[in-house]
Design a protein around this ligand. Structure first.
Ligand SMILES: Nc1ncnc2c1ncn2[C@@H]1O[C@H](COP(=O)(O)OP(=O)(O)O)[C@@H](O)[C@H]1O
Ligand SMILES: [Mg+2]
Length: 339
């Protein structure tokens, strides 16, 4: 950092209620608060003077709170994965940070906007030659169907598997439209329908700017379930601790792969990171079929909780939690010429 009175402002979104979708979504929405306190404690242990600045429902009061600090000596560690109950609004935070002149960790508003629109993300990937499953976007429950079944129906602007359960995987047009109707009416946004890729699922965590360091690959182990159409990370499997899938899906890290498979997966993940224009760190999720890693999700701000995938891969790469937090911060400081 450049001055002796330097400060880290840890910015995170504090969600109080569910405004759309399923009432159980609150567990995921409030996960960020817990993650922020883990990062806060890590920053203090690392010796950085740190303040926590929550973003609640009102952008102006957030801007006012932040204005107590000066961009001259305050660097922002941004973990906002949404704003005011809305994942798509996550990009408003880096936008405000920029407008106020603050430098911050992680991706810029444009990249966050792109990542919180799965259809735009896919268009960008396809343009850059990165494999992603075939798709159609529906803003109402009708229209021609050009996709192959099985398919999966997801809200186009969510993450954390919100709106995704076993009924999301469909094998015919009538079930598909029923699910599209659910997404459109409950989540108040278009439904992305994608060809469902049966096959292994990998998460690839990486960090860097320019030269990327790809960390050990994680594989989601679905062997507790026989049906490939039920072998997916639903909301329940990620967040509901008493559920069968939460307790029976596990993660293997590093995944068992041949050298060629590992190379293909890593190269594709880095191409996806670059195609979207991410900064500092990210996690690319994919389904692997017939030697092709199909990118299904790009997380510009992967869950940074100590028990989540990014931290697990970082630990395998030799960065236990505090070192992981320190590295993310330092990548950003370095990128901005602060260190
Ligand atoms: N096209 C697909 N083929 C197979 N499984 C998929 C596909 N898309 C999503 N899934 C499953 O659903 C999960 C959540 O989908 P994802 O697009 O990652 O949404 P989110 O942004 O909510 O994490 C994935 O981790 C995967 O298990
Ligand atoms: Mg995902």
């Amino acid at each position: 950092m450049d001055t002796d009175d330097s400060l880290i402002a840890l910015v995170y979104n504090e969600e109080e209620e569910v405004l759309k979708g399923d009432s159980q979504d609150l567990v995921a929405l409030q996960g960020t608060i817990k993650t922020a306190s883990s990062i806060y404690e890590a920053l203090l242990r690392l010796g950085y003077p740190t303040v926590m600045v929550p973003a609640k429902n009102d952008l102006e009061s957030f801007a006012r709170d932040l204005s107590q600090y000066s961009p001259r000596n305050t660097f922002v560690f941004n973990v906002c994965d949404g704003f005011a109950g809305d994942n798509f609004s996550a990009s408003l935070i880096p936008q405000v940070l920029k407008d106020l002149g603050f430098k911050y960790t992680g991706s810029k508003a444009e990249a966050v906007r792109l990542c919180t629109d799965k259809a735009r993300t896919k268009r960008r990937l396809l343009r850059q030659g990165v494999p992603t499953p075939a798709y159609q976007l529906f803003s109402k429950a009708k229209g021609g169907v050009s996709l192959q079944f099985p398919a999966i129906v997801k809200p186009v602007h969510e993450d954390a598997s919100m709106g995704i359960n076993e009924n999301s995987v469909v094998t015919n047009a009538s079930d598909m439209f029923e699910r599209v109707d659910y997404v459109v009416s409950e989540y108040r946004q278009p439904a992305l329908v994608e060809e469902y890729i049966t096959g292994r699922e990998f998460s690839v965590s990486m960090w860097g700017n320019g030269t990327m360091e790809v960390m050990p690959i994680s594989e989601h182990d679905f062997s507790a379930i026989d049906d490939p159409l039920k072998s997916l990370l639903t909301y329940e499997s990620k967040w509901l601790e008493d559920s069968f899938t939460y307790n029976s899906f596990s993660v293997i890290c590093p995944a068992e792969l041949t050298k060629t498979e590992e190379e293909t997966i890593k190269t594709t993940a880095v191409s996806a990171f670059r195609a979207i224009g991410l900064r500092d760190f990210g996690r690319v999720d994919m389904r692997y079929r017939d030697g092709v890693p199909y990118v299904i999700d790009i997380n510009e701000l992967p869950d940074l909780a100590p028990d989540a995938g990014f931290a697990r891969s970082a630990e395998m790469a030799g960065y236990p939690y505090d070192k992981m937090v320190d590295r993310i911060l330092n990548l950003a400081l370095h990128r901005e010429g602060w260190k």
